[in-house]
Structure formats: C-alpha cells, structure tokens
Design a protein around this ligand. Structure first.
Ligand code: PLP
Length: 358
C-alpha cells in the first residue's frame, strides 16, 4: 500500500517557521488561560472512546446518542479511522478537497473523483455524484464547507447526495470541520443527522481555535462508530486527557456560543479586509460564505499558483498555500483567520510585492 506525500504539510514544513503565515485554514488560537487544563488524572481517558457525557453532548447535535460518537485525535484521525473502517473496493470523492480525503481512499482502494464546478462558484452537482457511484461503491466523501474554496453546499444538495449514496447502499462521509464557523442561516444539515448512511466528522481545530488540542470526533450509525473504534485501538487508543478536559468546557453550550460568536465575528471582519485586497488587485476569488479560506486566482504574469506562492515567500516572506496542493494549479489559498494585525501585515507585504510586479 502506498500513500501520496501530503503536499500542503510538506510545503508548510519548508516555509512556515521563518515567514509570516497566511495559509492557516482555521481561526487563530484561543488563549489557554481561558480553560482549566487539569484533567482528573493523567492516564488514558476511560472509556477510550471518550466520556459518555461528552459523547452524549456531541451526539445531540446530530440527533444521535453517546454510542454513535467516537472521540479522536483531531478530525484527521476521525477521517482516517472512518475511511479505514468503511473503505471497500471503491469510493467517490468530491474534489478539490483536503488531500487526505482522497489520498486515504486512493491508498485503500480505487476512487472516482467528482469535480466541483469552478464556473458555478465551486458548486456540487448531485447528478455527477450519481453518475460516479457504482454497485461496489462503499463511501461517498464530501467536505462541507469545502477546503480550499470555502463553498458551502446547501441543504438540498447535501440531502440529494445523501439519497444517492443511501440508495446505492454506500455511506456518505462528510468532513464538517469548518461547519462551526457557519452561522445558523448558512450551515447545512450535518450528514450524520440525515439517516442511517450519514457520517459526520468534525473537531475543535478550525472553528474553535484549538488546533493544538488535537481533539476531533466522528458521529454516525453505531456499526460505523464501532468499526472505527476498532481501528483507533491501533492508532492512538484514547483521546488526549488534557484535550478532553478542555473539550468538556468549550462544548458546554454557553461557552460554545460565546467562543463561536467571537470567532465568526473575527472571520467576518477579516473577510472585509481580504475583499478589499482582491478588489484592489483585480483578482478573482471564491468569496466564501463561511470559514476563513479564500481561494484566489493567481495574478497574471506569475505562471500559476505555485510559482506565485514561491515568489511571495521568497520576496515578501509571506506563506500562502499553492493551489497545486488541491490539484488546482491556477489558484492559491489565503487563510484569513489570524488576528487582524497579523493579517494586515501579511496583506500589506503582498500589496507592496504585487505593486512592485505590476
Ligand atoms: C477538511 C479538513 N479536514 C481535516 C483537517 C484536519 O483537522 P484536525 O486539525 O482537526 O485534525 C483539515 C485541516 O486543514 C481540513 O482542512
């Protein structure tokens, strides 16, 4: 079995330490002082799938019980153990997307990709999913809201894709790690709430500003959660105890509402600044309705996203994410979830860099 190198992680490893990051896909980190960081003990979390109280609280948002939730080390592990558990011969994966969502099923079996339609603001056509599904398809994989485009697929689309998967006896795995940044008016229904074939993955990294906790989960039918738990016995055994302690606090309904309101307000403020930047330089962008990822067409004269990002890091010390990491060579991804002063500094450097090349 072979796994493709993770292009974005390798790019970050090369550049992130010494330059200004405008490529983070989540909201800026919360201050650790806001939380009690002391768990009851420093052993494994028992039971190792997470405390029943916390799983129950998470399950409520999907209309599911504690046995239909598994706590993991980040959304990354939630996706890994879900795909390891579900993958048979074939998967349908909607792309562009976060690399692991297609690289893992490509390592485990074969994948048919369904492309979002750039001309339709990166919309998802359920008919294209229906055409790609085969009798041996085990899982259909969607990321909603989408990384890298920020596109939110609405309720009608998600429900149509769910029906297509369920009719074929395949699960719909929806990575919803950016969903907490979408407000009630924008957020589509989570896949796990749609019926017996729906699985949602999520975590505290992107919307809550707690990426370093490495705390995620999956929610779905009990047989999927049980099978994923069996894989987790071989990866990380239990969620980290300190992170579990913080998750109990941040997922308390009152604290959660406060934190997400702060984070969405920051995202909205920063989005305005990015709007000014792309307008000033005449760049096409994905104009994301939720989240903190802007997918932007590389300026003319730079020979595409990768070359633009290489020049930006070399000449302006600013790290952007090349579209190649998402098989979209004409684009780059700009993350605007940082503190406004950090974003301002990064965009000012890019302003000067682009003016020099105008
Ligand atoms: C769609 C998606 N899923 C999962 C992850 C990883 O999330 P976590 O930090 O919760 O493991 C990312 C990180 O960028 C992502 O974009």
């Amino acid at each position: 079995m072979e796994i493709t190198p993770f292009a974005l992680e390798r790019w970050f490893a090369e550049h992130e330490a010494d330059n200004l990051m405008l490529a983070e896909s989540g909201i800026r980190p919360l201050a650790p002082g806001r939380f009690d960081l002391v768990p009851e003990g420093m052993g494994y979390v028992i039971p190792t799938n997470g405390s029943p109280e916390l799983r129950d609280r998470i399950g409520e948002r999907y209309g599911r019980g504690a046995d239909e939730v598994l706590l993991t080390c980040g959304t990354q592990e939630a996706n890994f153990v879900t795909l390891a558990a579900l993958m048979g011969e074939h998967a349908v994966v909607v792309t562009p997307t976060y690399q692991s969502l297609h690289a893992l099923p490509e390592a485990f079996g074969s994948v048919t990709r369904v492309e979002l339609d750039a001309a339709d603001g990166w919309g998802l056509d359920p008919d294209a999913v229906a055409e790609a599904v085969r009798p041996e398809t085990a899982v259909v994989v969607v990321n909603n809201p989408n990384n890298p485009t920020g596109r939110v697929h609405g309720a009608a689309t998600v429900e149509a894709v769910y029906e297509i998967a369920a009719d074929a006896g395949a699960y719909l795995l929806c990575d919803e790690v950016y969903r907490p940044l979408a407000d009630a008016g924008t957020a589509p229904p989570p896949a796990a709430s749609l019926g017996p074939y729906g699985v949602s993955t999520c975590g505290l990294s992107k919307g809550y500003g707690l990426a370093g906790l490495r705390l995620g989960w999956l929610a779905g039918p009990p047989e999927v959660v049980e099978a994923a738990w069996q894989w987790k016995d071989y990866t990380t055994i239990s969620p980290p105890a300190v992170s579990h302690r913080v998750a109990e606090q941040v997922l308390d309904p009152e604290t959660e509402a406060t934190v997400l309101a702060e984070n969405r307000a920051l995202a909205a403020e920063n989005r305005e600044r990015v709007d000014e930047f792309v307008t000033e330089h005449g760049l096409d962008w994905s104009d994301p309705p939720a989240g903190v990822n802007a997918f932007v067409e590389a300026p003319e004269g730079f020979y595409g996203g990768r070359s633009f990002c290489e020049r930006a890091v070399a000449e302006a010390d600013v790290v952007l994410a090349p579209g190649e990491a998402f098989d979209q060579p004409e684009q780059f991804r700009l993350g605007f979830g940082s503190e406004p002063a950090h974003l301002e500094e990064g965009l000012s450097r890019l302003d000067a860099f682009l003016d020099r090349h105008a």
